[in-house]
Design a binder for this molecule. Structure first.
Ligand SMILES: CC(=O)SCCNC(=O)CCNC(=O)[C@H](O)C(C)(C)COP(=O)(O)OP(=O)(O)OC[C@H]1O[C@@H](n2cnc3c(N)ncnc32)[C@H](O)[C@@H]1OP(=O)(O)O
Ligand SMILES: CC(C)C(=O)C(=O)O
Length: 535
C-alpha cells in the first residue's frame, strides 16, 4: 500500500486558485496563478484546483497553463515527488464538464470536479429542480465526466443543509456513476463541528459503495468554524480536506490550509493523521498568495500572521527564556518563518530586556539594567513597540545622563502661531533639590534652553543643534545632538533621545552643560592643586 492509500493519509486539496479567487477583489493573472501553483506543488499539496474553465476564456487559459506545467517543471526540494493532480471545476452541465476536461486533459494527473446543489433551499429557489431531477442530473453528469476522465470528484453543494437520507442517496448515485471522490461541502459555513462530524459519519455509514471512494470536506468560515469543522470531518473519516492558503475564499473565506495542516501535525497524538505537506514552505506560500491577491494577512492570524510567534508580555517572555515549550506549541522555523520574536513593549519584563540588550552587545549591571528598564517602560507607554534602535538610543541617552549634574524632571512648552513660545522646566540637582524656571524664546527650543540656562547658570554659546528620527514611524524616537562652547573656549557635545523632540533637546542641552560643568570642576581642582604646589 502506498503512503497516499494508507488509512491515516489526508489528501490536501488546495482551492486557493478557484474558491480563493472568489474572494472579492482577489483576482489574479494567469502568470500569478502559475507561480502560485508552482509554490503549491513545492508545498506538497495533493490536488490543485486551478480554476473554473467554463467561467471565462482567461480562467480556461490559466487552468490550461497550470495543467501543462505542473509536474513537468522541476520542483526544488521535491524532485522525486508525485506531481499534484490538476483539477478544473464544472457545473453539472455537459458544456462546463467538457470545457473543464479540455483545460485539464494535458495535466499529468487531471481531475474533473463537478457539483450540483442538494439542499432544499438551493433545489427549490436556485436550481428550480425537484429531488428526482437533481438525482438524474448527478447520474448523467458524473457519468459524462467519467467518460472523459478517470478521476472525477462530485460535490453535493450545500450538503450541510441537505436532508441526511437524501444526501446518502445522492452520494450513492454519484459513486455508482463513477465518481472517485465525494465532497460534502458546508457551503454557507452553517454547521457546528458536531453536525459536520455527523454528516460525514452518516454518508460513510449509509452511502452505497462508499468504500470505493475518498470522502472529502470543504468548509466555509461564515461562523469562524471552518478549521474546526474540517478537523471534525477528518475525525469522522473524510480523507480529503479542501482548503485555501490564508483562508481566503468566498465571503468569510474557507478553512485555512496552514491551520488544518499544522493542527494535524501538532496534534498527531490526538488525531493520528498525516499529510504530504512540507510545513517549512507554508510562510513563503502564504506571502506569495497575499502579494498576488492583495489580501493582507491579519497580524493575529494563526500560523502565518506577523504576531504568530511574537511574545510581548514579561511573564511569557521569562517563561520562554527558561523553556520554549512553556508558551510555544510549534516553532516559527517549523513553518519556515524567521524565529520567535520577543517584542519589547509596555508588558515586557527585565529578563527579555536583558536578553535583547545582550544580543545587541550591551551588558549592564543590575542598577543600570533597572534604570534602562524604567526608561524602556516609560517609552513603551508612549510608543507601541520599542525597537532595537530605540533601545540603543535609550541606553546611550541614559548612560550619558548618568554623568550627574542636573536632570530633567519635567518640561512644559507652549508654542504656536499666537503669543511668545514659553518653556517651563523642572530640574533636579545632584542633591535631590528641584528647581523650576520659565522663559520665553524665539521658538520652543530657544525658550527651553533659556529656561535651563536660568537654572544651571553656566554661560555657554550654542554652536550646533541637530535633530533627526532614529527609529521608524510616526512614534519614532527623536535624537538630538548639540555642541556648545564654554567661556574658556572649550567645546562640549550633548545627546538626548525621546519620542518628544523637545524633551530630547532639553536632555541633549543638559548633557552638554553637564560636560562643561564637569570640565570646569576638573580645571578648577587642577588649578587649586597647582596653586597649592607653588605656594
Ligand atoms: C459554491 C461555489 O463556490 S460554486 C462556484 C461559484 N463560482 C462562480 O460562480 C464563479 C464563476 N461563475 C461564472 O463566471 C458565471 O456564474 C458562469 C459563467 C459560470 C455562469 O454565468 P451565467 O450563465 O451568466 O449564469 P449565472 O451565473 O447568472 O447563473 C447561474 C446559472 O447556473 C445554474 N447553476 C448553478 N449551479 C449549477 C450547477 N452546479 N449545475 C448546473 N447549473 C447550475 C443556475 O441555476 C443558473 O441557471 P439559470 O440561468 O438557468 O437560472
Ligand atoms: C463547489 C463547491 C465545492 C463549493 O465551493 C462549495 O460548496 O462551497
Amino acid at each position: 500500500m502506498s503512503t497516499v492509500e494508507s488509512q491515516d493519509y489526508v489528501r490536501i486539496f488546495d482551492t486557493t486558485l478557484r474558491d480563493g479567487e472568489q474572494s472579492p477583489g482577489a483576482s489574479m493573472t494567469s502568470e500569478e496563478k502559475l507561480e502560485i501553483a508552482r509554490a503549491l506543488s513545492r508545498l506538497g499539496v495533493d490536488v490543485i484546483e486551478a480554476g473554473f474553465p467554463a467561467s471565462s476564456p482567461d480562467d480556461f487559459a490559466a487552468v490550461r497553463a497550470i495543467a501543462e506545467r505542473i509536474g513537468r517543471d522541476p520542483v526544488p526540494g521535491r524532485p522525486q515527488a508525485e506531481p499534484p493532480i490538476v483539477c478544473g471545476l464544472a457545473r453539472a452541465t455537459k458544456n462546463d464538464i467538457e470545457r473543464a476536461y479540455e483545460a485539464v486533459k494535458v495535466a499529468m494527473r487531471p481531475r474533473i470536479h463537478t457539483f450540483l446543489s442538494t439542499s432544499p433551499i438551493h433545489r427549490e429557489h436556485k436550481l428550480r429542480m425537484t429531488k428526482e431531477q437533481v438525482i438524474e442530473r448527478v447520474r448523467e453528469m458524473v457519468a459524462r465526466a467519467r467518460e472523459l476522465c478517470e478521476d472525477v470528484e462530485f460535490s453535493a453543494e450545500d450538503a450541510g443543509r441537505t436532508e441526511p437520507e437524501y444526501l446518502w442517496e445522492v452520494a450513492s448515485v454519484a459513486i455508482a456513476a463513477g465518481a472517485t471522490t465525494i465532497n460534502l461541502p458546508d457551503t454557507v459555513g452553517y454547521l457546528t463541528p458536531f453536525e459536520l462530524h455527523a454528516m460525514i459519519a452518516g454518508v460513510k455509514k449509509n452511502a452505497v459503495g462508499v468504500d470505493r471512494v475518498i470522502l472529502s470536506v470543504h468548509c466555509h468560515d461564515d461562523l469562524g468554524l471552518g478549521v474546526a469543522n474540517t478537523l471534525a470531518g477528518l475525525e469522522a473519516g473524510a480523507r480529503q480536506a479542501e482548503l485555501t492558503i490564508n483562508g481566503i475564499g468566498e465571503r468569510a473565506g474557507n478553512a485555512a490550509l496552514e491551520e488544518v495542516v499544522m493542527a494535524l501535525a501538532v496534534r498527531r497524538d490526538r488525531m493520528n493523521l498525516r499529510t504530504g505537506i512540507d510545513p517549512t514552505q507554508i510562510t513563503r506560500t502564504s506571502r506569495l498568495v497575499s502579494a498576488h491577491t492583495g489580501m493582507l494577512v491579519p497580524p493575529n492570524k494563526a500560523i502565518v500572521g506577523a504576531n504568530a510567534f511574537a511574545h510581548e508580555s514579561g511573564i511569557h517572555q521569562d517563561g520562554l527564556l527558561k523553556h520554549e515549550k512553556t508558551y510555544e506549541i510549534l516553532k516559527a522555523e517549523d513553518v519556515g518563518a524567521s524565529g520567535t520574536r520577543l517584542v519589547l513593549g509596555k508588558h515586557s519584563g527585565r529578563h527579555a530586556l536583558e536578553k535583547r540588550l545582550a544580543e545587541l552587545g550591551v551588558t549592564m549591571d543590575q542598577p543600570a539594567l533597572d534604570q534602562a528598564f524604567s526608561a524602556m517602560k516609560a517609552l513603551a507607554d508612549r510608543k507601541k513597540h520599542v525597537t532595537d534602535a530605540d533601545l540603543l538610543a535609550l541606553v546611550s541617552s541614559e548612560r550619558r545622563e548618568e554623568l550627574g549634574g542636573w536632570r530633567l524632571e519635567a518640561l512644559q512648552i507652549s508654542a504656536g502661531t499666537q503669543g511668545m513660545p514659553t518653556a517651563t522646566v523642572r530640574l533636579r540637582g545632584e542633591d535631590g533639590r528641584d528647581v523650576t524656571q520659565a522663559a520665553v524664546g524665539t521658538g520652543p527650543v530657544h525658550a527651553c534652553f533659556r529656561a535651563i540656562d536660568a537654572v544651571v547658570d553656566l554661560p555657554v554659546e550654542l554652536l550646533e543643534y541637530t535633530v533627526h528620527a532614529v527609529t521608524e514611524g510616526i512614534d519614532a524616537l527623536g535624537e538630538v545632538s548639540v555642541r556648545v562652547r564654554d567661556a574658556s573656549g572649550g567645546l562640549h557635545a550633548g545627546y538626548g533621545a525621546d519620542t518628544d523632540v523637545l524633551v530630547a533637546s532639553a536632555k541633549a542641552y543638559l548633557a552638554a552643560l553637564d560636560r562643561a560643568r564637569k570640565e570646569r570642576v576638573v580645571a578648577k581642582a587642577s588649578e587649586q592643586a597647582r596653586l597649592k604646589e607653588s605656594a
